[in-house]
Design a protein around this ligand. Structure first.
Ligand SMILES: Cc1cc2nc3c(=O)[nH]c(=O)nc-3n(C[C@H](O)[C@H](O)[C@H](O)COP(=O)(O)O)c2cc1C
Length: 395
């Protein structure tokens, strides 16, 4: 019996690449244009160093914290990803893994499983919305999430429909009918373990987005829903104030990179923001979120909860983000690689890898808890921090 446990996220990624058909793997790798932001999200973490102690270290470290009103056992949340066809259990496997490791899941409105089923396996579920369709439709999706028992809403606004990738985009069919199956058959046949998992589950990926359905309607296809979203005029800050009035629970604005936007998010009544560039999938050339975090944390960190997502691949990355002002991080591709590699156990494996990396870094830095981390723990090279959305003299 081969050892299915992996010791790094890099190994999970290697296994995912081997296991998944190239078009599915490529959809997870994602990125946009020349991939500059995608790369910077990873590189920026390598520019930061640590300042460890040698004595007076703590025998026990506390990794727990709270985000959006939820107690979590480690400062890592599942970021919403609208991804299909990775594994038949999809977000249910991810939700169960997060619950078993004591953390929360952000469920994408473009995900493959209904919010009701995900809340049933993980009550710490935040439902993620895009600004898509009419206000009535948006309000109906919020009400549905609320009825299902979601404990927070994430609104993601950093998407500019920038599709071209220098390394090519995967062909994603609208649905898997016989014709598409015949065309894509060789890909599946060359990845028999992926195919077997789907066949065993009783079918092939549906490629529908059940959380975009309005009451009584069938789930639209991914591309059907994407088309609606593309045709929707983007929201103003007044629209976001309207949104705030539809939901009185914890509300996160995901995708903030600028200090001025962070301030407006506070004014609009958001309780949390994610410093994020959509994992390098939005405007290429946007710097890594970790570079924008310190200025945003300095400006609004005492008024709103701040999380960061983008480029987290190891526990030490999490610790760097916390030292620079985040309360927690969200992970995207890391758990998708784990899901592809080994289903629910693979996602648990990724969370365990991150937990143990956070714990080691806390030990070395002489910290008793994640809440004790601060700028003194990290070596920040000159010019690292970006002050987006501040007067030119302060950039
Ligand atoms: C394949 C893929 C699909 C994504 N889908 C969504 C989505 O539906 N909603 C959303 O808010 N963010 C989405 N994201 C962005 C993630 O939530 C997160 O911001 C990003 O993956 C973080 O970067 P990382 O992958 O380096 O951890 C997606 C990211 C990827 C890679």
């Amino acid at each position: 019996m081969p050892n299915v446990w992996f010791e790094t996220v890099a190994e999970a990624q290697r296994r995912a690449e081997k296991r998944l058909p190239p078009s599915v793997y490529s959809a997870l790798r994602a990125g946009s244009e020349r991939g500059q932001t995608l790369q910077d999200n990873l590189d920026a973490f390598t520019e930061l160093g640590f300042a460890p102690h040698v004595a007076g270290l703590h025998a026990k470290r506390d990794l727990s914290t709270t985000v959006m009103g939820q107690q979590i056992a480690l400062p890592v949340l599942i970021s919403p990803t609208g991804v299909q066809a990775v594994h038949p259990d999809g977000e249910l496997a991810v939700g169960r893994a997060a619950a078993s490791r004591g953390t929360a899941i952000g469920l994408s409105s473009f995900g493959s499983k209904p919010v009701e089923e995900v809340v049933a396996v993980n009550p710490k579920t935040f439902f993620q919305l895009y600004w898509s369709g009419s206000k009535e439709q948006i309000a109906a999706r919020i009400q549905r999430a609320q009825r299902a028992g979601a404990v927070g809403i994430i609104v993601t606004l950093d998407w500019s429909f920038s599709h071209g990738r220098d390394w090519g985009s995967p062909t994603i069919p609208d649905k898997l009918d016989l014709r598409t199956l015949l065309r894509m058959g060789p890909e599946g046949l060359r990845h028999p373990r992926w195919l077997k998992t789907w066949v065993r589950s009783g079918g092939l990926p549906l490629l529908t987005v059940p959380n975009m359905a309005l009451p009584g309607d069938a789930a639209p296809t991914f591309f059907g829903a994407y088309g609606e979203w593309m045709q929707t005029a983007p929201p103003s800050w007044e629209d976001l104030a309207w949104l705030r009035a539809q939901w009185d629970g914890p509300l996160m604005l995901k995708g903030v990179m600028r200090v001025d936007d962070a301030r407006r998010a506070v004014d609009a009544g958001f309780t949390c923001l994610s410093v994020s560039n959509h994992g390098g999938n939005n405007l290429d050339g946007t710097p890594a979120p970790i570079r924008a975090l310190p200025a945003i944390a300095e400006a609004v960190g005492d008024q709103i909860e701040i999380v960061l997502d983008g480029g987290i691949r190891r526990g030490s990355d999490v610790v760097k983000a916390l030292a620079l002002g985040a309360r927690a991080v969200m992970i995207g591709r890391a758990y998708l690689w784990g899901l592809a590699a080994n289903g629910q156990a693979g996602v648990e494996n990724v969370l365990d890898v991150l937990r143990s990396g956070i714990d080691s870094a806390l030990l070395g830095l002489g910290k008793a808890s994640v809440g004790d981390l601060n700028l003194d723990d990290v070596l920040i090279p000159e010019g690292f921090v970006r002050h987006l959305g501040m007067p030119a003299t302060r950039r």
